[in-house]
Design a binder for this molecule. Sequence first.
Ligand SMILES: Nc1ncnc2c1ncn2[C@@H]1O[C@H](COP(=O)(O)OP(=O)(O)OP(=O)(O)O)[C@@H](O)[C@H]1O
Length: 279
Amino acid sequence: MTATTRRRQVPEPRPMATAPSTGMAETAPPSVVLNGLGMSFSGKHVLRDVDMEVRPGQFVALVGPSGAGKSTLLRLINGSHRPTQGSVSVLGVNPAMCSRKDLQLLRTRVGFVFQQFGLVGRLSALENVLMGALGSLKLPRYGISTYPIALRERAVANLERVGLLDERFQRCDTLSGGQQQRVAIARTLMQEAEIVLADEPVASLDPSASLSVLRTLKKLSAEDGFTVVCSLHQVDLALQISDRVVAVRGGSLIMDTPTAEASEEAIRAIYQQAKDDRS
Ligand SMILES: Nc1ncnc2c1ncn2[C@@H]1O[C@H](COP(=O)(O)OP(=O)(O)OP(=O)(O)O)[C@@H](O)[C@H]1O
């Protein structure tokens, strides 16, 4: 089934309480629409009544204390979880209504970057990046030379874009954390994804490497036009990098604002409140 036929199954979004505008791609259809979204695990509500639209090319920082529901939200967007309430539309497709094949197809259009990078440590940076193209190939590949030359050239170009041309033949488990996350980003570029979901991509990096990796992701998103939804705990980074800040607490969206209008104090208060609640 095509994306176009899927789109008809997606209910019209309810009007949003807050519809922040960044002035980007205002008329294009949204990349993501969450409509009355809720999720429970074994009867425990972890997300409720989430309404949100993400416009193409936006860089959204998803902030909120541990356990707020950020990873669950990202997993609902890429179809890893099926919502127990409401609906998700990603690039006009409802992942919960997709066949396995259509979901696979959708996932080639939606890249995912993880905190733990998800690389094969014993393989080179280049081979890891090439693996990002496996979804477009019919047969598995073993070794760089088994990939078509055009893909090898693209992989090298993508490594250059993330600043790792010289390290292309280095084993990934010998690269620094920041370099490994850059390899993971270059691997996602091979998908030519229209949306990149990043789940705490810099959680294990020091502040300077974190900023540098996020700046690279932001630059690539601006150059290629892909949408980013990125969960982050570092409020300062969220404010430096994003176009829009969405805060989640206790499974509810409690802030949704253009970054230029976001109050650092208000975001920090969300974390402080969670800390106070725990103590
Ligand atoms: N597969 C699951 N089964 C049961 N409970 C789950 C599952 N996944 C998430 N949860 C629960 O949902 C809640 C939200 O978890 P989630 O990982 O989305 O939070 P988070 O905001 O990403 O937290 P962190 O910042 O610590 O990563 C937590 O209470 C968690 O225990």
